[in-house]
Design a protein around this ligand. Sequence first.
Ligand code: GDP
Length: 362
Amino acid sequence: DKKTKNGGNLRCPIVCVLGHVDHGKTTLLDKIRKTRVAKREAGGITQHIGASEIPIDVIKRVCGDLLNMLKADLKIPGLLVIDTPGHEAFTSLRKRGGALADIAILVVDINEGFKPQTIEAVNILRQCKTPFVVAANKIDLIPGWNSKEMPFILNFNEKNQHPNALTEFEIRLYENVIKPLNELGFEADLYSRVQDVTKTVCIVPVSAVTGEGIPDLLMMVAGLAQKFLEDRLKLNVEGYAKGTILEVKEERGLGTTIDAIIYDGIAKRGDYLVVGLPDGVLVTRVKALLKPKPLDEMRDPRDKFKPVNEVTAAAGVKIAAPDLDKVIAGCPIRIVPKDKIEEAKEEVMREVEEAKIEVDDE
Ligand code: GDP
């Protein structure tokens, strides 16, 4: 039953991680994927192609009582986090009228502060009107900070921290994160002090190494998505699949394949794949839709994928089809029945033209 599976027909928001090199994007993604609860219990994080899905039940378990801080009821089915961090992945994930990512996590080393790529990322997010939270990372390196795998908000008090560590935290938070955001035109504050999330950027202190603050981060991302994006997340369960190519890859036995993020509708094996190219449109037939094979089913490491008959947004999927040699990352795709091919061709061509105009503007 699609209705219950998709949490009343809302799809997962697509989450992208941005930030300066070495500020901890990869470590943070790994930590999120290895959340203790998720690892231990069944029904944990699902691996997609190019993305990881954190089901809402896992988020609820990780966050526990913290969720009472949210004034929104979480109806989203979970979060689909793109595995590749950085603004290249973000900008290639485009769709008509902006970014494909619904929400972003901007990672800033709280000890180093804003760097060129942090500023670049803020400007991209502003241009795409993508809501974001700031993960102020590496709080374990604040002198004297006693960092533990727990919610930040429960560790941020005089019982757990030396007064000097608390003072140093406030200084770094203000000088290295709040002030530079103010200079870029954003109000910002520690998330627990924010009154109105539509006016003020929420900062969540975290340590990707100890895991401190990960519950707070997941809660804020899920909460913001629920609050801001409900309309955008309404899933078109009847409709055909819309997506973007994340990567083009050779696979043994499959030839050239594409890894795609499907952000709306349902993709079906046997339907037609329509790809918008810089200089035209490719129409081909979907030979296989592939998901990663769970580790316990992987008898032969060369046999990494598992064919499925259909894929519902939001999802990452590998697509095998003939004639994919000219296809590149960032191209828009549709997966449609035969009678919708012409319509799909027009849509992807329009998207390619719009992307060209945006590039010319820069
Ligand atoms: P990326 O370039 O943004 O993906 O950064 P990485 O995730 O590769 O991290 C860069 C370095 O910072 C690595 O050596 C990480 O181990 C380290 N690092 C990342 N997050 C933290 C953190 O929260 N605390 C500490 N102490 N080190 C971290």
